[in-house]
Design a protein around this ligand. Structure first.
Ligand code: ADP
Length: 338
């Protein structure tokens, strides 16, 4: 079985949840709660600090905010930080969880003044629900349609002012009316090795385990620029060090544990290698369409596009051309050196 660095218990919200549950999961415990504890994304933090300070001084909710970027980079975490910095309730839902307009209406109708409502994967909202959001975002008004056909009428409910925070891995899939209703747009970038080393050290300390600097750095290099991956790897290596060592995470534990997981020196796992090798071996290195790659590798197209491709593009192993995806010479040289 191929093990993916993205597998594991998910902290991606499903359905509606509220924060502050009495038994927070490990992932919840690792999430920074204030901006000062949030590592990296300096430009976003600077801008958010200003926005939040202004909102506090005016005693108003912050504007609606859109976060875009690959999974695991900290969009949900930032939304939670906004709520805790403003000391307002935080509610989480996601595009696919909102199936009927009633699902959204019941959440919206119960919003508290100033509340932060986070909608993950907002590009996956269905059309009716998206249209229902327009007056909600613009005028803080919920238009409910009562009855059907010729007798149908609309009832408008005035809502308290609140902040909608949307997150998307695909900003290009968002309709422009929806995108334009967000006052602030931020694009999260992959993290540097230094930032990831910092996150890994912080996570280890929250998990109450010691980690050597060299081990933290080695994990950072293999974390695909992604804090969620970094946290997962710390947990796996901690298990390894508990069983095979004395609990302290050393460089050797990282090397051995990751080797067992099939994760290589650049953090590529079996699935990344399958994608690259399929394009090289079956399609002569490409260009080849994403649909064809999905069929040949048996990986869902959305997973391919949202999870695997962005990092392979980022490290220069894959190129997007008008005729499809192409494996670069850099990737071929890397795979041959294995
Ligand atoms: P996204 O919503 O973009 O998929 P999350 O906000 O769920 O990502 O982040 C995934 C995990 O990574 C969180 O559990 C959090 O602990 C950690 N994390 C994300 N960004 C940071 C950061 N900047 N500093 C520290 N930890 C982070």
């Amino acid at each position: 079985m191929a093990i993916s660095t993205y597998d594991d218990e998910s902290d991606v919200p499903a359905g509606v949840e509220e924060s502050g549950s009495p038994t927070p999961s490990l992932d919840t415990a690792l999430r920074p709660r204030i901006l000062d504890d949030y590592v990296g994304q300096e430009a976003i933090k600077k801008s958010l600090t200003l926005t939040l300070q202004a909102a506090k001084q005016r005693d108003e909710p912050a504007e609606h905010i859109l976060f875009a970027g690959p999974p695991g980079l900290g969009k949900t975490t930032l939304a939670g930080i906004i709520a805790s910095e403003l000391q307002v309730p935080f509610r989480i839902t996601s595009g696919p969880a909102l199936e009927r307009s009633g699902d959204l209406a019941s959440i919206i109708a119960s919003l508290q003044p100033g509340e932060v409502l986070f909608i993950d994967e907002i590009h996956r909202l269905n059309r009716n629900i998206e249209e229902m959001l327009y007056p909600v975002m613009e005028d803080y008004a919920l238009d409910l349609v009562l009855g059907k056909g010729a007798g149908a009428r609309t009832m408008r409910i005035q809502l308290p002012r609140f902040t909608l925070v949307g997150a998307t891995t695909r900003p290009g899939s968002l309709s422009s009316p929806l995108r334009d209703r967000f006052g602030l747009h931020y694009h999260l970038e992959y993290y540097t090795e230094r930032e990831l080393t910092h996150i890994i050290t912080r996570t280890a300390s929250l998990l109450d385990v010691d980690i050597e600097d060299a081990a933290a750095h080695a994990l950072a290099i293999r974390s695909r620029g992604t804090p969620r991956v970094a946290n997962r790897l710390v947990k796996r290596v901690r298990d390894y060090a508990t069983v095979h060592g004395d609990g302290l995470i050393r460089l050797r534990d990282v090397q051995e544990a990751l080797h067992d997981l099939g994760i290589d020196d650049k953090g590529l796992d079996a699935i990344d290698r399958r994608i690259l090798k399929t394009i090289i071996e079956q399609f002569d290195g490409g260009p080849v369409g994403v649909e064809t790659i999905a069929a040949a590798t048996a990986i869902e197209r959305a997973t391919l596009e949202d999870v695997y491709e962005p990092y392979l593009l980022q490290i220069g192993f894959l190129q997007r051309t008008p005729r499809g995806r192409k494996v670069t010479d850099l990737a071929i040289a890397y795979l041959n050196s294995d």
